[in-house]
Design a protein around this ligand. Structure first.
Ligand code: AMP
Ligand code: ZN
Ligand code: FE
Ligand code: FE
Length: 280
């Protein structure tokens, strides 16, 4: 029997946030492209797991729990990846609910800013469920013919610092880490290369984080080594993944970045352990 290399993609999104494939479709795609492990990290919601777990069990994919929380750290917008938490933990579910409320208010504020510039979008033009955010607003602007592409919508109006951007109520990174720990999970800094200044990453590491996302989509080996060195120096775990969003972010293909079995098992000590590969 040929030995295939174990690969696990620990960062991807579904239709429960701003991805374009359903949880089941992402699981099936992961299996089809030969991944053995996966973690779905939707923005501010864990609802993908209700559908993803049975799908993963059917095809023998190891699925560890994941989430990507939108956070504020000293005024900077940062993302915290959470792994291996218990899905039925009350605090993590409550935090996700609060995020949905925060987003409702934030989206309404962004629609109002757009309206003042003559771009009229109704709430009914955005998805009715799941985590709704700027990519959905950008897509609605494309659908209305206000801009040619999602990229243009961000560049001209929705990116941080642009006229129709709204930060929303800040939810602290420290709280997300605390809630993840309370749910038996681990907290990682997501895509540190997207955080403006390395000083901020170092400052973030004063919080009780468990790891750093060192492998990310098409980061260069130089970038990866820099974060791996930092994780090693601090005795932290490392993670990696594609940040797959389907057609919402075409260059980030599922599995374009991954971790091996040893790393997967270090991170997922409880949530993936009950799902053994059926063909193992
Ligand atoms: P939100 O959570 O509503 O702030 O939206 C964040 C999402 O927007 C992330 O998934 C990013 O991938 C996406 N995003 C951020 N900046 C851009 C950009 N300049 N162009 C396209 N997508 C972006
Ligand atoms: Zn996203
Ligand atoms: Fe992110
Ligand atoms: Fe992401």
């Amino acid at each position: 029997m040929t030995q295939t290399q174990f690969r696990a993609d620990l960062h991807c999104h579904t239709t429960c946030s701003d991805g374009t494939l359903t949880p089941e479709e992402v699981v099936l795609l992961a299996h089809e492209i030969g991944l053995q492990g996966l973690s779905i990290t939707d923005h501010d919601t864990i609802e993908a797991y209700a559908e993803a777990i049975p799908a993963a069990q059917r095809c023998g994919l190891l699925l560890g729990t994941g989430v990507e929380f939108s956070c504020d750290f000293n005024g900077e917008s940062v993302h915290i990846l959470g792994y291996d938490y218990a899905l039925d933990n009350a605090q993590i579910n409550a935090l996700c609910l609060r995020h949905q409320q925060r987003r409702k208010e934030r989206n309404a504020a962004m629609l109002e800013k757009l309206r003042r510039r003559g771009f009229v979008l109704e709430a009914s033009e955005l998805p009715a469920s799941g985590t709704v955010g700027r990519p959905h607003i950008a897509q609605a602007m494309v659908n209305k013919g206000y801009v040619a592409t999602v990229k243009e919508a961000f560049h001209r109006y929705l990116a941080e610092g642009q006229s129709c951007y709204e930060k929303g109520e800040p939810f602290s990174a420290a709280e997300a880490i605390d809630v993840l720990h309370g749910a038996g999970g681990k907290a990682f800094i997501a895509h540190p290369h997207l955080i403006d200044r390395q000083r901020i990453v170092k400052k973030m590491l004063e919080m009780p984080l468990d790891g750093i996302e060192c492998y990310y989509a098409k980061c260069t080996p130089d970038q990866e080594q820099r974060w791996l060195r930092l994780a090693k120096e601090r005795g932290l775990l490392y993670s990696g993944g594609s940040d797959f969003h389907g057609t919402m972010k075409p260059p980030n293909t599922l599995g374009c970045s991954w971790v091996d079995e040893a790393v997967f098992r270090q991170i997922f000590t409880s949530s993936a352990s009950t799902q053994r590969r059926q063909d193992a």
